[in-house]
Design a protein around this ligand. Sequence first.
Ligand code: ADP
Length: 255
Amino acid sequence: DVSARVEVAGGDEIGRLADAFNAMARRREQLEELRKGMVSDVAHELRTPLSNIRGWLEATEDGLVAPDRALMSSLLEEAALLQHVVDDLQDLAVADAGELTLHRRPTDVRELLDQVATAHRRGADGAGVHLSVEVEGEPSVAADPVRLRQAVGNLVSNAVRHTPPGGRVALRAREEGADLVIEVADTGVGISPEDLPLVFERFWRVEKSRSRRTGGSGLGLPIVRKLVEAHGGSVSAASVPGEGSVFTIRLPVRS
Ligand code: ADP
């Protein structure tokens, strides 16, 4: 929207004001571009499972596919994917609006990691991935256990999905100075140095087709970042392609 721009003559006070307005206009244009891209990404994420569902139903109507158990489980799987994308979008919208309310209480970190591991045990077993919990001492943190479980759970789900059979995923925790450090380390495919800075971007994926088959929404890591930042913490990633990745959450425990 170029019409929002102001012509600037000199370096006086009015000139600086005009500069500020122009910077605001540019920022608005950038945000608008971002928003447009996001809407088209959302449409894409929803379209794929929807068109799969339609495809299955049309084939059934045409008598090409039997309305049996196998069909039902395919339909359920696609519906679950839709639900997953919509739930993730909802979480991000709430966080963006600054309406993410945390219900903090003293949280036993070992217990929390055990709960996350238990929730992912079946999936890991099915993928032939060994899951372990390694906690130093008895760390505790003032956190919203539901939200922290969700954040760590997203990391574990990624780690399991990107680790070939026979690999390992470790959930670790320890105190380091004034911080609680939680790590999710895997011996999976890893992420290249060019891709690493992008993994926390919305809808970003290393390889669209591969990740689609491994069943994510492309919103998992952006949500992890929002949840951790809401706790006053930070999250980072390190990786060696072909060897594995480590995602690290740092939460302040003492100030
Ligand atoms: P998705 O829903 O696709 O998993 P995420 O935001 O959780 O979306 O992750 C973004 C991308 O980062 C993934 O598609 C994948 O390419 C890459 N990624 C995330 N975690 C890992 C991991 N542990 N190992 C390898 N690649 C990963």
